[in-house]
Ligand binder design. Sequence first.
Ligand code: B12
Length: 212
Amino acid sequence: MATIADLRQLVSETHTEPAEAMTRELLAEGLDPFAILEQGVMTGLNDVGNRFAAKKAIVLDLVRAGVTAKACIPLIEAVLPRGESKKTEKKIVLGTMLSQHNIGKNLVGTLLSIGGFEVVDVGEKNSPWDFYETAESSGADMIAVSVVFAPAMEKFTELVDLLKEMKVREKYRIIVGGAVTSEKWAASEEADGWGSQAKDAVDLARDLLRVE
Ligand code: B12
């Protein structure tokens, strides 16, 4: 019988097709999709990241890891419980700055949509101005930023400063997450909320935007 540890190994070794097949098998076995995602796909990605940091992997391995994850994640997303969430009328601008890492951002977007929020996904490599402009033009209630890459942390600071300068900081709740962030850092940046996992974005949005 396939195990989540087997999936982690396949993702870690960036074997895309076997990892995809294993994801199907684990889902068919009835295992918790969040466990498959977090303990299988994400830990496998982290293994690749750790090897890269230790100079035992190259950028091409990161690329392959991304491709493998992107083959498995839609299968998991397709079976996530869609539950009883009603549409909320609340709009959230979501994106990354500088970074092209978008796997975490996309998961956040999927879960927020499932949670009943309208997501305006501005994609990757945005400037603080892009977030500001989109939030203003779309009438957003919240800005959610995914920061997976250290140089993007400074851009988050710039975004908060820009919103203050434009005198709209209080108009938006701002949440942030991503592998290189921490709760302490987010608080020091005056973010309204931080989450370690994609599903935290939904709880934060419900709480901060006072959705029942
Ligand atoms: C795959 C990968 C890539 C792929 C990305 C493909 C893609 N389409 O996304 C590619 C090849 C593009 C890539 C490129 C690079 N990468 Co890279 N990459 C990774 C890797 C292995 C996985 C990232 C990932 O998708 N993780 C899975 C997702 C689901 O996790 P996540 O983003 O953290 O999101 C989760 C939570 O954090 C949370 N979350 C995320 N966002 C938000 C937002 C909110 C509001 C909330 C509440 C929660 C939340 O929810 C998610 C799920 O629970 C990581 C290693 C790692 N440990 O993460 C390195 C890593 C992020 N990369 C790294 C580096 C250095 C690079 C490069 C600079 C390499 C290079 N020399 O070119 C480039 C940068 C390019 C650029 N300008 O962006 C470093 C960053 C180090 C740092 N401190 O900055 C890492 C950590 C590897 C390492 N250990 O050194 N990479």
